[in-house]
Design a protein around this ligand. Structure first.
Ligand code: C2E
Ligand code: CA
Ligand code: CA
Length: 497
């Protein structure tokens, strides 16, 4: 008999009662005289307690004891990894430095215990402002840092998202903190720096930049946020100006719907698309390109979208009283945020009902990206609306990533060829083949097809020759106010007579 080669190591195991433990084991084979293994001898020891102690030590080294948040060391580690990841996927991340305003005086008046309790509650509020994958760390006294990863490949978009989180934090501090019998107000100053592995940022750079931005926020009067990057800061100021303009417009009824007519090949107007404008008291008429993104980010698109739907449906009801306009369809744009709102379906149907519009003439225009978000639920929502008579035209078609199989499942009525392709025909052969393919696709799925952004006669000709017989674009008319639109209809010789 002889001992073979011994294996030593740790094993996870389960007790009969189901609880887990870690055992240290040494296992040796036993060979008989012929050298064949006949038995194994195992010597085991429960080392769960040692393991726990070890884990505890590691925890102490990387986590803040008061709040249990990652400490500076762990934050720097994660930032290093985030920079590597960002170099690989080209996405920006952001660091938010958060410093409590006047924390020291609170500490002095209410005592250190109260200060500690405040810091713990701040930790919880900060955690509630971010996604689970983000890091919230406490790096010293009243200094917290949030690291957001994998934002977007676009700097301005990433900045907008970081700002959104920053604003969420400012909001979260609006409510007073309850500490023992006292309730106290605390405000943060927030500095934001974007980082990108691609830009060869180092940990030190990013930490310094966010810190500097935080001092800017303090200097700006506290309870505010500042970007390190002046471009970001300018964009942020612009966004908050737009946000207040949007609120003003909602409040004072400054939104307008313009109507861009849609024509068939005989030159008759078959409908229109409703396009939103803001009638600004100082700046005049503002196009949606300037404010829709902010409206979506801030959620203001919900009340704005409701106004658009109500106004558009009321217009349909009005048209129904005139023989020349009674059969016009009206396209209404809906953004992702609206479509995702759980009240959306109910809201659309109740507006139609309330104003007495014919639902068959309402055509919602979601984009591909809207529909790709949550396919099953999207199909269900669209189906209910469709049973209610509402039609769907898939906007900006060709710019997204819809697969054929998926398109087939959606209850659509129409595809709208995106203007970026229409613009390039008939000169660019690549655009020509895309447009032809879209038209063929629409036919095979038995969907209507319309081209938007038709500006020239040669574009119209190309579309017509390839089987697209509905058009919208400057060649025919720009979007115009309703009075002008109605006039146009009245004056068109061959309109519906
Ligand atoms: P969209 O839905 O793709 O609308 C078509 C845009 O192309 C409109 O810009 C229209 O004025 C413009 N256009 C029409 N014909 C031509 C043409 O021949 N040439 C060129 N170059 N452009 C043409 P607009 O009105 O500035 O709207 C921009 C975008 O804003 C819309 O793109 C839509 O995505 C969004 N939008 C507009 N109104 C609403 C709304 O009520 N709700 C939501 N959520 N989004 C809206
Ligand atoms: Ca549209
Ligand atoms: Ca479009």
């Amino acid at each position: 008999m002889s001992l073979g080669k011994t294996w030593k190591g740790e094993l996870s195991n389960k007790r009969k009662n189901g609880s887990e433990y870690v055992e240290y084991a040494s296992i040796s084979p036993i060979r008989n005289n012929l050298g064949v293994v006949t038995h194994y001898v195992a010597i085991k020891a429960d080392v769960t307690a040692n393991k726990k102690a070890e884990a505890h030590t590691i925890h102490l080294a990387f986590y803040d004891q008061l709040t249990d948040l990652p400490n500076r060391q762990l934050l720097l580690d994660r930032l290093q990894q985030a920079l590597v990841l960002s170099a690989r996927n080209q996405k920006y991340g952001a660091l938010l430095f958060i410093d409590l305003d006047h924390f020291k005086s609170l500490n002095d008046t209410l005592g250190h215990d109260a200060g500690d309790k405040l810091l713990q509650q701040v930790a919880i509020r900060l955690l509630n402002c971010v996604r689970e994958s983000d890091t919230v760390a406490r790096i010293g006294g009243d200094e917290f840092v949030i690291m957001l990863e994998e934002l977007s490949q676009d700097a301005l978009e990433s900045g907008a998202f970081a700002e959104l989180i920053g604003k969420k934090i400012l909001d979260a501090f609006q409510e007073k903190f309850e500490i023992g019998k006292n309730s106290c107000q605390s405000t943060p100053s927030i500095g934001i720096a974007l980082f990108s592995g691609d830009r060869k940022d180092t940990i030190d750079d990013v930490m310094k930049q966010a810190d500097l931005a935080m001092y800017d926020a303090k200097a700006a009067g506290r309870n505010s946020l500042r970007f390190f990057d002046t471009k970001m800061q300018t964009a942020a100021i612009l966004r908050s100006k737009i946000e207040s303009d949007l609120r003003l417009a909602l409040d004072q009824n400054l939104f307008r719907l313009y109507y861009q007519p849609q024509f068939n090949k005989e030159g008759r107007i078959i409908g229109a698309e409703a396009l939103l404008r803001m009638q600004h008291p100082e700046r005049g008429l503002i196009a949606p390109g300037e404010f829709i993104a902010v409206a979506e980010e801030t959620g203001l698109i919900l009340p704005i979208g409701t106004w658009v739907l109500e106004t558009a449906c009321a217009q349909l009801a009005m048209w129904s009283t005139n023989r020349k306009t009674a059969r016009l369809t009206l396209g209404v744009n809906v953004s992702a945020r609206q479509f995702r709102d759980h009240n959306f379906v109910e809201q659309v149907l109740s507006i139609i009902h309330k104003v007495g519009a014919n639902s068959y003439l309402l055509k919602l225009e979601p984009t591909e990206s809207v529909l790709l978000e949550n396919v099953e639920e999207t199909i269900e929502r669209m189906s209910i609306l469709r049973i209610g008579g509402v039609h769907f035209s898939l906007d900006d078609f060709g710019t997204g990533y819809s697969s054929l199989a998926y398109l087939k499942k959606l209850p659509l009525d129409q595809l709208k060829i995106d203007q970026s392709f229409v613009r390039e025909v008939p000169e660019d052969p690549h655009a020509c083949s895309i447009v032809r393919a879209i038209i063929t696709l629409a036919k095979s799925l038995e969907l209507d097809i319309i081209a938007e952004g038709v500006e020239t006669e040669s574009q119209r000709q190309f579309l017509l020759e390839n089987g697209c017989e509905l058009y919208q674009g400057y060649l025919f008319s720009r979007p115009i106010p309703i009075e002008q639109f109605n006039e146009l209809i009245e004056n068109l010789q061959n309109q519906n007579t």
